[in-house]
Design a protein around this ligand. Structure first.
Ligand SMILES: Nc1ncnc2c1ncn2[C@@H]1O[C@H](COP(=O)(O)OP(=O)(O)OP(=O)(O)O)[C@@H](O)[C@H]1O
Length: 249
């Protein structure tokens, strides 16, 4: 873990209620949370607990009704939508359960897009894309369209896209939620590998076995943090001898 004493992410008093057709859903009911540079934090809990809403708040995809969020010490309360979009390009990579790739862009273009939007010169964007796709085992897929890839491959493209600008923070919302066990193992192994190199990760998952890849697990229940525990031992030991095994390389 980094020695930088300022948390990379600090949320205080977050509250979010969704107003839909039926009764209001009190998704996040008062959350205080700090994530240090270099931490791998899993937020786990049952369906409907409010995990995705929390992740959306932390990434500026939704606005809290109450509370505030600091990114590396900087208060985001007055950020406009446009400013959040810029910050997400530079400082927060996000991967989702259903990849959210641009279906009519090639793999290469999907990965380069956030770099180009962030003003990275095309030559450097190409080099970053190429290095990441190699790292993620996707050499030879540059010209493929997302629909031509397996779910696991699409999620690796989404991971490359999320990391192309070297954001300090990676948010992952059920990144293995639509993958088979092989794809799940791949994605979790990659998250662990990037974390080992210093990537700060906040992973939302309902799967306690996947959460065991993290070094800290927050149990979320009914919009609140019910437990917040540092894990000890190696992730593969914690995962036991069945299920998602040997998450680390
Ligand atoms: N856009 C929305 N409009 C209305 N209600 C919503 C909206 N998004 C979430 N909710 C409700 O807020 C609550 C928390 O949902 P959320 O998706 O954050 O939980 P979750 O823990 O991520 O669940 P899951 O594991 O099933 O994805 C649920 O009751 C959900 O139905």
């Amino acid at each position: 873990m980094s020695e930088n004493p300022t948390p990379l992410l600090r949320a205080e008093g977050l509250v979010k209620t969704h107003y839909g057709e039926g009764a209001p859903a009190h998704a996040v009911r008062g959350v205080d949370l700090s994530v240090a540079h270099g931490e791998f934090v899993a937020v786990t809990g049952p369906s409907g607990a409010g995990k995705s809403t929390l992740l959306h708040l932390l990434g500026g995809l939704q606005r809290p009704d109450e509370g505030s969020i600091r990114l590396d010490g900087e208060c985001t309360d007055s950020y406009s939508e446009a400013r959040w979009a810029i910050e997400r390009r530079r400082r927060i990579g996000i991967v989702f359960q259903f990849f959210n790739l641009v279906s009519n862009l090639s793999v290469a273009d999907n990965v380069e897009l956030p770099a180009l939007l962030a003003g990275v010169p095309p030559k450097r964007a190409r080099a970053e894309r190429s290095a990441l796709l190699t790292e993620l085992g996707l050499d030879g897929k540059e010209r493929s369209m997302p629909g031509e890839l397996s779910g696991g491959e699409q999620q690796r493209v989404a991971l490359a896209r999320a990391l192309v600008n070297h954001p300090p923070l990676l948010l992952a919302d059920e990144p293995a939620g639509s993958l088979d066990s092989r794809g799940t193992r791949e994605v979790m192994r990659l998250l662990s590998r990037f974390h080992a190199r210093g990537q700060t990760i906040l992973l939302v998952t309902h799967d306690a076995r996947l959460a065991s890849a993290a070094d800290r697990v927050i149990s979320f229940f009914d919009g609140r943090i019910a437990d917040d525990a540092e894990l000890t031992g190696t992730p593969s030991r914690r995962a036991g001898t069945s299920g998602v095994l040997e998450l680390r390389d």
